[in-house]
Design a binder for this molecule. Sequence first.
Ligand code: FAD
Length: 381
Amino acid sequence: MNKVALPTPEQLVRKTFARFTDEEIIPKAREMDEAEEFPRWMFEKIARTGAYGIRYPRSVGGAGGTTTQFCIMVEEIARGSMSVAAFTAMQCLMGTNFIFEYGTPEHHERLLKPAIRGEKVACFALTEADAATDLGGVKTTAVRDGDNWVINGSKTWITNAPVADFFTVLCQTDKTKGLKGLNFFLIERGTPGLYISKKFDKLGTRATEISELAFTDVRIPFENRLGKEGQGVGNLMRILAVIRTMTAALSIGLARAAFDHSKRYAMERTQFKQRIGSFQLIQQKIANMATDIWAAELMTYKTAEMIDQGQRALKEASMSKYFASEVACRCADEATRIFGAYSYSMEYDVQRFYRDCRFLLFGGGTSEILQTIISRECGVF
Ligand SMILES: Cc1cc2nc3c(=O)[nH]c(=O)nc-3n(C[C@H](O)[C@H](O)[C@H](O)COP(=O)(O)OP(=O)(O)OC[C@H]3O[C@@H](n4cnc5c(N)ncnc54)[C@H](O)[C@@H]3O)c2cc1C
């Protein structure tokens, strides 16, 4: 008897989010980019797919999925819109992870579960004016005062800050301890002393909103420290490989979009009475893009598999993020050359890929710091 091969959960995630992206995101991607606003209607539409709980267990309303499934999902969404993929990734991972891991049952009921349902927006604040790649420079302080913590300082470049309901914020509790004095704290919107600046005017991912946060004597309950004293950076390191692999998957999504548009255009546009795709120099670009994307896919999904098997995979995740984000930028660049002048028109999507790909170079570690980490992991430092 012939056996019917059932689709794997990974294939189902791919199919579901490929269709969602084609039908719901791509037709609206330019409109969302031009509006330069957080598209709450799209945020809620994505919530209805169950996306925000993909990597959390059913006990908190999630789907109990793997890192591989999470990466496939954000890759497909990024193929449609990097802005939508960025806020989806924030909601699934950085913005909610520390509350899931270290929050109280009350935090889970009041914040995490509604966030997974798309009723509350999450956000993650590490970066400061003078502390970006070097988190050792974080100056925002959290000082114990009886049953409270009192937070003072500021953060910058915080995705979702203008629209977020709660913030996971990295603060220093003991300056003498450097990185070991850093801890994460949960701060809710509306807490007295929390100020949110007006949103930044920026080059890409324009359907995300980014701003600064300032904290002046912000008083929060003692249980809002997320994790044990001094373990903030250690706890961040535990999900760093997932953050980097996820960013590599976002990069593949954008690279595929640039490739698909280039391929179509190369077969349609004629010059010298021929399709431009018949010119060897255009074929070379298509071949290099396809090769780069395949290599990035192999690296990224092998790393996701290693993470799912419980391996540390920090070197592999750093390599995947470094390589895939550079691939996204190379593909976006090649696409603008293939489209020629039309890549310069706001009526074509290629300009959006070219602007949005730059975002991939920063989050999860810049290419420069990742190269330093990879070299160190190889034993050269
Ligand atoms: C669109 C966008 C969204 C963001 N969202 C968030 C967010 O939600 N939350 C958040 O906390 N942050 C966010 N950030 C900030 C982001 O995490 C930082 O941009 C990133 O940490 C890099 O910091 P920086 O850009 O200030 O560069 P810097 O750290 O100032 O580095 C400047 C340059 O020096 C290089 N460099 C630094 N140190 C070294 C070194 N040791 N060796 C070699 N080269 C080095 C860097 O690679 C870079 O080329 C966002 C940024 C952007 C652009």
